[in-house]
Design a protein around this ligand. Structure first.
Ligand code: Q9C
Ligand code: ZN
Length: 342
């Protein structure tokens, strides 16, 4: 299995995030990628492959040009405004406000292009998010060239990012960019199954009215967990996308038996859809030791996840999403991949 990761992804190195009403140490940190990289390097069936720059166009197929430009320009805008440290929005267009105009003011732009205050933005974010998207694109290319599986070690993660907004530590939606690329290169149908602990709100929104990309997400019930405002079971898609979106909200405290039943339920839907490619948005924040999550999967539960995914029998692109128990992150991801391969 080829492993795609670019060292440029490490440049996004936030120090603080806003959580529980205060500035606390950031959890979406470069060490996450280093831990996964080291653990995957130890697996005999994995080989690192170079990440080619496939350019900005495949990102523009998913994301708004103004949004991409804002992320690229953020560092200079922040410095020109005389600000220090990391950028956070504090005002958003709530109900009754307009979203059809982009404010000139930096604080207005930050609110226009985001949906939470928990995601630090720096002058290094764009380059790292761009490189993360390139890793996903190179993974997609490997499948197009006949590989049966590939691992894109994406970080920063992507699944909370929509067409023109960031949040949840996500800036470019790596899985969505890979799916769109597969479509543009000739795939008829692509499935994205998001097994991160949090709902993949950005990916859902991007494909909600489309029949050519099936989206499934299993996650903590949004009534009780971030991102709170999307991810319910009655969100089934709209227009041509009706019937192609599947959400499986699970209670806080969910452990392996219920998790696996739901995973297999989703994989049954994937089989019915019969995609050319399956993308797994792989967050491992369902681990019992995750500092910001409340599922109860243990380290020994991990290989069975990989085994179930293997049984789907489709070419698979793994796209890394969340997982914040930094010390256990590598071995958890490696156990899933080991279960998948063996
Ligand atoms: N006090 C991903 O897993 N903040 N994003 C939680 C807890 C948001 C997670 C705050 C968590 C986002 C990719
Ligand atoms: Zn998550």
């Amino acid at each position: 299995m080829k492993l795609f990761f670019s060292p440029d992804q490490l440049a996004h190195n936030p120090q603080k995030e806003i959580s529980d009403g205060k500035l606390v140490d950031a959890v979406e940190i470069p060490q996450r990628a280093e831990m996964v990289l080291n653990a995957l390097r130890a697996l005999p069936d994995l080989c690192e492959a170079p990440v080619q720059d496939l350019g900005r166009e495949p990102i523009e197929r998913v994301h708004d040009k103004g949004y991409i430009q804002f992320l690229e320009d953020f560092g200079s805008l922040w410095a020109a405004a005389g600000r220090e440290g990391e950028g956070f929005p504090f005002v958003w267009p709530g109900r009754d406000f307009r979203t059809d105009k982009v404010p000139n003011h930096l604080d207005g732009k930050l609110g226009h292009y985001s949906f939470d205050a928990g995601t630090p933005l720096t002058d290094k974010t764009y380059g790292a998010a761009y490189a993360s998207a390139q890793s996903a694109l190179n993974g997609a290319d490997a499948l197009l060239n006949g590989d049966q599986h590939a691992f894109a070690l994406c970080r920063p993660p992507g699944h909370h990012a929509g067409k023109d907004y960031y949040g949840g530590y996500c800036f470019f939606n790596n899985a969505a960019i890979a799916a769109q690329y597969l479509r543009d290169q000739g795939a008829e149908r692509v499935s994205i199954f998001d097994i991160d602990y949090h709902h993949g709100n950005g990916t859902q929104a991007i494909f909600y009215e489309r029949a050519d990309v099936q989206f499934l997400s299993m996650h903590a019930d949004p009534l009780d967990e971030y991102p709170y405002f999307l991810g319910h079971a009655d969100e089934r898609g709209m227009g041509e996308g009706t019937g192609h979106n599947f959400n499986y909200p699970l209670p806080l405290g969910t452990a392996a038996p219920e998790f696996m039943t739901t995973l297999n339920q989703g994989l049954d839907e994937v089989a019915r859809y019969d995609p050319d490619y399956l993308i797994i948005s792989l967050g491992v924040d369902f681990f019992e030791g995750d500092p910001i999550s409340q599922f109860k999967l243990t380290h020994t539960d991990m290989p069975a996840i990989g085994t179930a995914l293997r049984q789907a029998g489709k070419p698979i692109l793994f796209v890394m999403e969340g997982g914040y128990a930094v010390g256990d992150l590598g071995r958890n991801v490696a156990s899933i991949i080991d279960g998948y391969l063996n």
